[in-house]
Write a new protein. Structure first.
Length: 192
């Protein structure tokens, strides 16, 4: 009896996830998306849209508009904390060793109703809002540079993109924009 209830729950969750994936594919066809359920009871819906163009970004934003009014950014220790008056969180993904699967990108995250949405775009679409520089390689990235000595790794520099406005830097090179006005400008730029 207990096994039957557990099996019924699993079937219901799979059915719900399948329907969610189908809905996302119907609403934003042709866009590379990953739609899935997560959480304790598979009660949280998430979408990751890997947009190749600003038009794809606009399609996702139109289909799943932001419904949250602010964004909270913090760390586990709450040493760094920001409550931004914007629904969007903008991050730059700065991989130590970019490749065709993981390249420099800007991500826009927000909530649309009960769905957490994350949109990824190539960094060149926000070139006017970022600068380039160099950073050191962190010890968690050493495995990307096999054959290099510890001495070489400690001296090694890799490319990094930074927002021109106030930002928070994370271990590993990623950046989070902390200026709500600049976030608004970037969203408007991408949405024109």
């Amino acid at each position: 009896m207990k096994q039957t209830k557990e099996l019924d729950k699993k079937i219901a969750a799979l059915r719900m996830e399948h329907e969610f994936k189908g809905m996302v594919a119907d609403v934003i066809p042709g866009i590379d998306t990953l739609a899935y359920l997560t959480g304790h009871e598979n009660d949280k819906k998430r979408i990751l849209a890997k947009c190749k163009t600003p038009d794809e970004f606009k399609a996702v934003l139109a289909a799943f508009p932001a419904t949250n009014s602010n964004t909270i950014i913090g760390t586990a220790s709450d040493k760094y904390y920001a409550d931004l008056a914007t629904p969007y969180r903008l991050d730059i993904d700065n991989p130590a060793r970019p490749n065709q699967w993981h390249n420099f990108a800007i991500t826009i995250a927000y909530t649309s109703g009960e769905i957490d949405v994350k949109i990824e775009l190539p960094i060149q679409f926000v070139a006017d809002y970022v600068t380039t520089g160099e950073r050191g390689v962190t010890d968690s990235e050493y495995h990307y540079f096999t054959g290099s000595s510890y001495h070489e790794l400690r001296k090694m520099k890799v490319r990094v993109y930074n927002f021109k406005a106030n930002q928070m830097g994370w271990y590993g090179g990623n950046k989070t924009l902390l200026d709500a006005n600049e976030i608004g400008h970037i969203i408007s730029h991408l949405n024109k």
